[in-house]
Each structure stands twice: as C-alpha cells, then as structure tokens.
Design a protein around this ligand. Structure first.
Ligand SMILES: [Zn+2]
Length: 284
C-alpha cells in the first residue's frame, strides 16, 4: 500500500488526455509499418506476413475512424453519442502504448508515482460466433503501476472488414473502457486516492457481465443504426431492425434493450437482468 500526503489531500495529476493504443505481437508489436517492411526486406520476417499485418492494422485504423466519425454524426449531448465516444476514447490514438498519469508527492525529495495504462490491439482465432474480446492484462506494481486491456479481434472478422468490423471495434471499446475504469480504480485505492472528491463509486464500476454486455451492445446498436445497416442479428436473434425507426423514440429504446436482452439470454452469454453473471471483482 502506497500512501502519499498531498497538499490539501489533492494530488497534482498530469494526465495525457488521449489514451494511446499499441499493437499486440499478433499485429506486429512495436514495429511501425515501415519497420515491418524493412524487417521483411532484411529477411527477418516473412514478406507476406508483414503485408498481411499492415493490411489488418489499416482495417483496424479505418474501423476506429469510422466509429469516431459516427459518434460525431450523432446529436450532441445524446447518450448514444456519449457512449460511442467513450468506446473510441478507450483506444485513443495509435502511438506509444500508454496513457500516463504522474502523481507528484508533496513531500520534498520523494519521487512521483507514475501510473501507466495500456490498450493492446491484436488478432486471434476466436470461438464460433465471437467477433472480439477484451481482457485485462496482468497489472504490475514495481517502480510504476502498470495495467491494461488487450482487445483481440477475430482474424476472419478483421480480414472481412466492413461494418461488422467497425461495430466490433466499437463494441469492444466499451468493454475496454469498463475494464480499464475498474482497474484504474483498484490502483487509485492502492495509492490512497480513492476518497478524493468526485471519485466514482467503486461498486458502480464493478460491473456484472450483463451490465457490461448491455452497454457494449447498445454501442453496437448505435453503430448499426447510424451506419444504416440492414436487419442485423446473432443467429436467430435480432440486434437491429431498420423498421424500428418508425416507432416513437421511447419505444425504440425499449425495443433495443429487449432485443439485446434476448441475445444475452443465449450462449455464449447466458445472462439476464435477474441473473446478471459475475462482476469484474469475481474474476471474469
Ligand atoms: Zn461483448
């Protein structure tokens, strides 16, 4: 447990407002696009693999840009816009891996605490019917506090691209945001920052599987609707139907949540408002 004393119990925080995502080793890791090509030229990596990786990176970049543009097209102040913006911001911009928070101690001579937060984007062969996944990376607590989220996109989904990919990227962004907020809170508690004014309630951040998925599917729904997708579903269940646009707004929202709950009742989720599944703290 690290406890620092601050002036008026208010630490100074320098926060890089843009989260920065990095590439997982499955998408070329630290190498930039030109470096991937140079490595292929030098015979260190397979040429075809380097090109495929760059193509997949471009597909991801394009999807994130589409999600961001979609958010901007939504009415200002609407919950749909806020929720989609939160998803996009969970990734931030491509660059160095990390969002860094520096906490300067009040005690002269004591060193600052650095908290680094990371989103790594990668690809993998996910189970049938799963387009993406967001999982917590093991946090580390040495000189700095490091934590992060890994977002994995199914290889077939990233290679197909299109609206399925952009809705998947947006959906997983909500999961990444929820997970990161919960983990960040845990670190703040370790640092003794948890009683600061305006700090979010830990319990509220410790979301159940149902809450987490409902929020992520609302974003999926927003993407499908704003991008004028046709009727879209998961197997026999419908997530979005353009016909719903004829309904009054209140009814549309109810339809949306009913449709999402119908999806969540089934495998692989099997959760409902009454049976909401595990919380983050329960190790999911
Ligand atoms: Zn999900």
């Amino acid at each position: 447990m690290h406890r620092y004393v601050y002036v008026g119990n208010r630490p100074t925080r320098y926060v890089d407002p843009l989260g920065l995502y990095e590439w997982d080793p499955t998408l070329g890791g630290d190498r930039t696009d030109p470096q991937l090509r140079e490595s292929a030229d030098a015979g260190e990596i397979n040429r075809g693999e380097a090109e495929r990786t760059i193509k997949r990176r471009d597909a991801f970049r394009d999807s994130l840009r589409k999600a961001s543009e979609t958010a901007e097209s939504l009415p200002e102040g609407s919950s749909e816009r806020r929720e989609l913006e939160r998803s996009v911001q969970a990734y931030g911009e491509e660059g160095k891996p990390i969002r860094t928070t520096r906490i300067e101690p009040d005690t002269p001579g004591a060193s600052a605490i650095v908290v680094t937060e990371n989103v790594a984007v990668g690809v993998g062969e996910l189970e049938e019917g799963i387009a993406g996944r967001a999982s917590a990376m093991e946090p580390s607590f040495d000189e700095s506090f490091r934590f992060g989220v890994r977002v994995t996109i199914d290889t077939a989904v990233i290679d197909r691209g299109g609206d399925q990919l952009s809705t998947t990227v947006a959906h997983e962004g909500t999961h990444a945001s929820n997970r990161a907020a919960y983990q960040r809170r845990g670190i703040e508690q370790q640092l003794g920052l948890d009683r600061l004014e305006g700090a979010p309630d830990t319990e509220a951040l410790d979301k159940t599987r149902h809450q987490d998925e409902l929020e992520a599917y609302r974003v999926t729904h927003t993407m499908l609707r704003a991008r004028r997708a046709g009727k879209t579903g998961n197997g026999s269940t419908v997530v979005w139907d353009p016909g719903w646009e004829r309904l009054p707004p209140r009814l549309q929202e109810r339809k949306r949540d009913e449709a999402i709950n119908e999806v969540l009742k089934r495998p692989p989720y099997r959760v409902s408002p009454e049976n909401p599944g595990e919380r983050f703290s329960e190790g999911r």
